[in-house]
Design a protein around this ligand. Structure first.
Ligand code: PEP
Ligand code: MG
Length: 541
């Protein structure tokens, strides 16, 4: 047995076989698949998607470099539409019961010779293009996490580093837990692990070796330990820990339907944070008072290279609104940037992304994308108790501009006779020191507030939350931060508005009593932290 120690980012025990995340399309494994029909479907979906991408490329290239130069993309499409090519790949999948990637690579290697022999002269001299088009499909296949997870048995994911845009796509029913060599406690990958309730230990360094592929692993997300090929005693101990945890969870279930009230009668609202439509169910299961933060940027991050359409967003927001009924659903407009990168929106490379082109700055700059999102949120507001929130605010002007755009979108919808809540509440995140200092002025401009302690910590401390070297100095209980929370609360209350916390500090049970004393109105935490927080509140005098 090998024992590794890392940083715990999400509690829980996971036991399973290790599978390393393959980001590199060159690393193609030969995998035996049980459900060949599903695998053929996976190939066909990736193929169709590649054809669509090539059509888009052809159109834009025609405009930019002329039709003659764009024909290359047409020729690549022809390869993907060639019936011989398709049936050769399908035959390998079906007859040899092998994975699409392997089948594709195999066919591609012999395709040129085959095509020339069979009078497909258009590929002659185009070896590079065949390679290119196959790489395109392989890339889509490797990105198609959800599809891959549909066919795989549940496993423990291992990676050098797992980026938020990848973590957002993890299917909890297939990924039992994850371990990485690198990564930081305050990154959005960690936030996502907690939101989804996936046990995870990160920062194991080089001791997490590729040769562990396929071996049994236990993740102890309570203690930040990882066991490779665990011995009998460890397995027994960890299974016992798993049972204890299960018992604790079951005991907490007794608190469902109960109030979040202290012994002396002080009440506080407890909501849940979500990021994708899959999380909605967990909010209902944990009996949260509503959704205090819908990190809508995750919809962009899981959507590949296409921006989520208005309709797509509307359907997700509507689903959440209907699931919540009269309970609140706070949709935060896309907070992209920093470590939240999305393939569908090129934000450029920056030296300091944490203090870079992010949040509301991007939305105000890319008005059409912002308007699309606002239309979707407003349309969903006709189906529940939807509130709108803007991230990364630093000035009153940003709020005024965002609200002006909102008014324009409202007018558009009205003209189109599309129903929405004309009185929708508008709030802002307080997550920059600038916003703290002007919270009084902001309180006259908006209806509610939520403190983003994750960003407020990094910006107050001047420490990038994704920089592992700074973790030893990163003090989430820093007196400056707590003082700021107190200042904001007082300023906001003076204007008769409500204030919540939706950053990770909201779930820090050591601070719950202080937050209640300060007069915080609501706390919003990961779904599976809701009942533990309720328990803590009910124990406070
Ligand atoms: C925060 O900054 O605390 C917050 C809730 O936003 P995010 O973690 O998504 O940046
Ligand atoms: Mg933030």
């Amino acid at each position: 047995m090998i024992t590794l120690t890392g940083k715990k980012i999400s509690e829980g025990i996971a036991i399973g076989k290790i599978s390393f995340y393959k980001r590199d399309t060159k690393e193609i494994r030969r995998i035996y698949v049980k459900d060949v029909e599903k695998e053929v479907m996976r190939f066909q979906k990736a193929r169709m998607r590649a054809i669509q991408d090539l059509k888009d490329l052809y159109d834009s290239a025609t405009q930019e470099v002329g039709e003659a130069n764009a024909t290359i993309f047409e020729m690549q499409q022809m390869i993907l539409e060639d019936q011989d090519f398709i049936s050769q790949v399908t035959a390998i999948i079906v007859e040899q019961k092998l994975n699409a990637e392997y089948a594709l690579k195999n066919v591609a290697e012999n395709y040129i010779t085959y095509a020339i022999k069979n009078d497909k002269s258009y590929v002659q001299g185009h070896e590079a293009d065949v390679k290119d088009v196959v790489t395109r499909v392989l890339r889509i296949l490797s990105r198609a996490w959800k599809d891959r997870m549909l066919m795989d048995e549940p496993f423990v994911l291992a990676a050098g580093e797992l980026y938020p845009s990848e973590a957002v796509q993890l299917d909890k029913t297939k990924v039992l837990g994850f371990v990485t060599r690198y990564g930081t406690i305050n990154s959005h990958t960690a936030v996502l692990a907690r939101t989804k309730g996936i046990p995870a230990v990160i920062g194991l360094g080089e001791s997490l070796k590729k040769e562990y592929e396929g071996k049994t692993i236990i993740i102890d997300g309570f203690d930040g330990k990882v066991y490779i090929e665990p011995d009998y005693t460890t397995i027994t101990k960890m299974k016992q820990r798993q049972d204890e945890n299960h018992t604790q969870v079951v005991n907490l279930e007794r608190l469902k339907g109960k109030e979040n009230i202290t012994q002396s009668g002080q009440k506080i609202d407890v909501y849940a944070n979500i990021g994708t439509r899959e999380d909605i169910e967990n909010v209902l299961r944990c009996d949260a008072g509503g959704i205090g933060l819908f990190r809508s940027e995750f919809l962009y991050m899981e959507n590949g290279n296409k921006l989520p359409t208005e309709e797509q967003q509307f359907q997700t927001y509507k689903l959440a609104a209907e699931a919540m009924g009269t309970k609140k659903l706070v949709i935060r407009t896309a907070d992209l940037g920093g470590d939240k990168t999305a393939e569908c929106l090129d934000l450029g490379v920056e030296a300091n992304p944490a203090i870079g082109y992010r949040g509301i700055r991007v939305s105000l700059d890319k008005e059409e994308i912002f308007k699309t999102q606002l239309r979707a949120v407003l349309r969903a507001s006709a189906y529940g108790n939807v509130l709108l929130m803007f991230p990364m605010i630093t000035s009153l002007d940003e709020v005024v501009r965002a609200k002006r755009i909102l008014e324009r979108v409202k007018k558009e919808l009205k003209d189109e006779k599309i129903p929405f809540n004309e009185e929708i509440f508008v709030g802002v995140m307080i997550e920059t020191p600038a916003a703290v200092m002007i919270s009084g002025e902001l309180a006259r401009e908006v209806d509610f507030f939520s403190i983003g302690t994750n960003d407020l910590s990094q910006l107050t401390l001047g420490m990038d939350r994704t920089n592992a070297r700074l973790e030893k100095w990163y003090d989430p209980h820093h007196p400056a931060l707590l003082k700021m929370i107190r200042i904001i609360t007082n300023n906001v209350h003076l204007e008769g508005k409500k204030i919540g916390i939706c950053g990770d500090l909201a779930a820090d049970l050591e601070l719950t009593e202080q937050f209640i004393q300060m007069g915080i109105d609501e706390l919003s935490v990961a779904p599976n932290q809701v009942l533990a927080l309720r328990k803590k509140i009910r124990e406070i005098q």
